[in-house]
Design a protein around this ligand. Sequence first.
Ligand code: SF4
Length: 64
Amino acid sequence: IRMKAYVDKDACIGCGLCVDICPEVFSLDDDGLAEAINDDIADDVLESAREAEEQCPTGAISIE
Ligand code: SF4
């Protein structure tokens, strides 16, 4: 299954939680907002990426 993560920068508040939970996928950009790598999420990383999606306080992350 090929899954990718997306961050809605209009919703992101830059709390950094997703980076703490899943640094393989998420990082903060120069504006301090999260961004997701543009690659398919590796199988062994998907679980933590999903955790970040669930924990994001503003629901800015989607994985599809
Ligand atoms: Fe932005 Fe959500 Fe990540 Fe916090 S957890 S930095 S609000 S995407």
